[in-house]
Design a binder for this molecule. Structure first.
Ligand SMILES: Nc1ncnc2c1ncn2[C@@H]1O[C@H](COP(=O)(O)OP(=O)(O)OP(=O)(O)O)[C@@H](O)[C@H]1O
Length: 292
């Protein structure tokens, strides 16, 4: 595996599913349709993948992580098809490309305390030679995501909050120091304050440790907050891409324009004005055409 270009490259990825939902199209459904883009860690950056529910975002995340083999196309890591990596190269890939999912509860084992998540990673990737060294690294990673070791390490997953569980996943990322984070709707189950905390940690990881993130969301305002680049996805295709400021201030594709116009207006005066306009329309006398 070459170490010069640290890129994840999607080349003409297509994912076709079969199933009852696709009966109208002869039993097949194209969830991802000839998608190509690349993520780089040189320089590190955040790329948001946005689109409505069902547009194919999670399927792309699963394909990048090697959890779903695409029907067509290649995902290359450091220039090599991920399905052709040697055992050693695959281990590097598994360490350097880390997932953060929407609901971390699903990947916590309810029977084990939180500390096990970290010890498993330390053992698997040989991150420490003594227990003391391992504990020091775990504590450092917890502090990096604003958690106190004594508040979480000896607890079971159900004994900590959803926001703490998501930050535990980020602490695990910190421990592993990957090149890439594939974050699939990581904040959609968190409240507003914890969302900002989570996004700031992601930005911190980019600046301090050079980690690049693919940030999957259906929420354009969070994509705007994290900045960087944006890929807009509709019906399995990337319909628009570029710098997030440019795309969101001057969207060229009708789908991006539609997504932007469907963001709720936070201005209460505007909402009242809208209601007043509707009331006036309802009260207005019918238009007389003169033929009745
Ligand atoms: N294993 C599967 N078998 C059949 N169809 C699938 C499978 N996985 C996903 N799909 C379908 O592919 C389409 C894209 O799904 P995907 O989860 O990638 O969308 P998404 O943009 O991530 O949506 P959401 O934001 O709701 O998570 C959907 O219509 C979904 O039902």
């Amino acid at each position: 595996m070459t170490t010069s270009s640290c890129n994840i490259e999607l080349q003409n990825i297509t994912q076709v599913f079969r199933g009852p939902a696709a009966r109208s199209t002869g039993g097949t459904f194209t969830a991802v349709d000839d998608v190509s883009f690349h993520l780089t860690s040189d320089p590190p950056g955040i790329t948001s993948l946005v689109g409505q529910s069902g547009s194919g975002k999670s399927t792309i995340a699963r394909i990048i992580l090697g959890l779903q083999k695409p029907t067509q196309g290649i995902v290359a890591y450091r220039g090599k098809d991920i399905y052709k990596l040697s055992r050693q190269e695959y281990d590097i890939y598994r360490r350097e490309v880390q997932p953060v999912f929407q609901d971390p509860y699903g990947i916590f084992n309810p029977f084990y305390r939180i500390d096990r998540i970290f010890w498993t990673a330390i053992k698997k990737f040989q991150l420490a030679s003594t227990r003391q060294q391992g504990l020091a690294r775990i504590e450092e990673s917890l502090y990096a995501v604003d958690l106190r070791p004594e508040d979480v390490l000896n607890r079971y997953p159900h004994q900590i909050s959803g926001g703490q569980r998501q930050r535990i996943m980020l602490a695990r990322v910190h421990l592993l120091q990957p090149k890439f984070i594939i974050a699939d709707e990581p904040i959609s189950m968190l409240d507003a304050a914890v969302r900002v905390l989570f996004l700031n940690i992601l930005l911190d990881f980019q600046q301090k440790y050079g980690m690049s993130t693919l940030f999957i969301t259906h929420d354009l305002s969070t994509a705007y907050y994290v900045g960087g680049n944006i890929l807009v996805m509709s019906q399995g295709q990337i319909v628009e891409c570029g710098n997030v400021d440019d795309v969101l201030t001057h969207p060229t594709h009708a789908y991006t324009q539609m997504l932007l116009s469907s963001i709720p207006v936070p201005d209460p005066d505007a909402r009242w004005q809208e209601k007043a306009d509707i009331a006036l329309m309802e009260e207005a006398p019918p238009v007389v055409t003169g033929n009745e």
